[in-house]
Write a protein that binds this ligand. Structure first.
Ligand code: 5AD
Ligand code: SF4
Length: 440
């Protein structure tokens, strides 16, 4: 590629932080005068914002590069391809060797994307996986147009070193953004149309300000922003769930009754081998304390089946923990060995067929609990934030305080908050009927 691209498309894989980073890269390229296009196959520049968490996610990027090239070649085009995100960080120059992409940029360096694209257009190597001490955020343009529910990264990186996980290597050490910068960005998001903000971090509840105040201080500051109706945060580590943060769930009305608090496994031996630094019991007692201040809180989690050495009996302990908690929703994964992590060299790996069977049983239990949680909201009235149009004329889709998808017939607009009675509960969504319109 020797000409500068005029159009671009950003495709994000993986976690919500990648969605946020993808939006910021899009804003950056738009500020440089490039036009966003919805179709990756029509863009001069395709940015693949990648995920490295499991092997499958990593392989996706290579198959995507091949597919994009093939489509473009059929139309006589040769788009510039940039690999961003955690695969870029972990594999760096290897991606250029394996897939001959034009640009490789890590998650802490993407403010340099315009420079890298210009370098690539001039035929020069364009790779940046630095983790500079000064943050990229200061170099990004102000947020201008967002939907009613927006993400805001407040913390990045992880110091926990769970033995299966690549995040401490790809995203680096735990760093908190300063309170002032976050509040400014939150105000810009609200001015740009956000009514709900989800604070993001690999260990979001490890966020600290310069005086070592925890996430609750930030939540209280955001609570004072007029026009902001809802606050959420994700992902949290059980060990960083302080008393102050738990209390915020009772004190701050805007803080939604939903908590994603991964436990990963139910057996203490497995938790220890994972270096989770909490036990089954400390996790369960923590949930007791949270439920004591916020009895209706919806709990969510992440689970890994087939960690090296996991026995049938240990897997049963994960099932019994799920029974005990009653999650409103959760994510579950088969263990995937990641290069460079301690678990990747552990012996006694679990056969694929056993992993498959465990995952099926785990997901059946989680689906059962999700359906039960949804059924328990039947007949209740709650507020729904309208996020987009539904498939039927007059139908809108939104979210309940407990993060359930709700569909209803209404003339409310996107961004409105409406009072809704839940009239049907399905395993994955609720149907509602509008009551009185809340003042916007
Ligand atoms: N294999 C499978 N699942 C993993 N996760 C993280 N690393 C791995 C791995 N190597 C899961 C954990 C984490 C979520 C984001 O991804 O459950 O909480
Ligand atoms: Fe990975 Fe554990 Fe850090 Fe979560 S807490 S990002 S699972 S190392």
């Amino acid at each position: 590629m020797t000409t500068a691209p005029k159009t671009f498309h950003v495709k994000s894989f993986g976690c919500q932080m990648n969605v946020y980073d993808g939006e910021r890269m899009g804003e950056l390229m738009a500020a440089e005068g490039l036009t966003p296009v919805a179709d990756a196959d029509a863009a001069d520049l395709v940015v693949l914002n990648t995920c490295h968490i499991r092997e499958k996610a990593t392989e996706k990027v290579y198959s995507d590069i091949g597919r994009i090239r093939k489509h473009a070649a059929a139309g006589g085009r040769k788009p510039m391809i940039a690999v961003a995100g955690c695969v870029a960080q972990a594999e760096g120059a290897e991606i250029v060797a394996r897939a001959r992409v034009d640009v490789v940029v890590g998650p802490q360096a993407y403010h340099n994307l315009p420079d890298l694209v210009a370098r690539a257009a001039a035929g020069a190597p364009a790779l940046d996986t630095d983790m500079p001490p000064e943050s990229k955020f200061g170099a990004l343009p102000r947020r201008r147009r967002v939907g009613p529910s927006a993400f805001l990264t407040v913390q990045e990186g992880c110091d926990k070193f769970c033995t299966y996980c690549v995040v401490p290597y790809t995203r680096g050490a735990e760093v908190s953004r300063p309170m002032g910068a976050i509040v400014d960005e939150a105000r810009a998001l609200v001015d740009a149309g956000a009514r709900e903000i989800t604070l993001l971090g690999q260990n979001v509840n490890g966020w600290r300000d310069a005086d070592q105040n925890g996430l609750e201080a930030l939540i209280h500051a955001l609570d004072r922003i007029e026009g902001l109706a809802r606050i959420r945060y994700t992902t949290s580590h059980p060990n960083d769930m302080t008393d102050g943060l738990i209390r915020a769930h009772a004190e701050v009305e805007k803080l939604m009754p939903f908590l994603h608090l991964p436990v990963q496994a139910g057996s203490d031996r497995v938790l220890k081998a994972m270096n989770r630094s909490h036990t089954r019991d400390t996790y369960l007692r923590l949930l007791d304390r949270i439920r004591a201040v916020r009895p209706d809180i919806a709990l969510s989690g992440d689970f890994i089946v087939g960690f090296p050495g996991e026995t049938d009996a240990e897997f049963e302990e994960t099932l019994s923990l799920i029974d005990e908690v009653g999650y409103a929703q959760a994510f579950s994964f088969k263990y995937s060995p990641r290069p460079g992590t301690p678990a990747a060299t552990m012996q006694d790996t679990v056969p694929a067929a056993v992993m498959d069977e465990r995952l099926q049983r785990l997901q059946a239990a989680l689906n059962r609990d999700q359906a039960a949680f949804n059924a328990a909201t039947l007949g209740r009235t709650c507020e729904v934030l309208i996020e987009r149009k539904g498939k039927l004329p007059g139908q809108m889709l939104g979210k309940s305080p407990w993060l359930q998808s709700v569909h209803l017939m209404t003339d409310a607009a996107i961004g409105d908050i409406v009072e809704v009675e839940v009239v049907r509960a399905d395993p994955n969504s609720l149907a509602g009927v509008e009551r009185v319109r809340a003042a916007a």
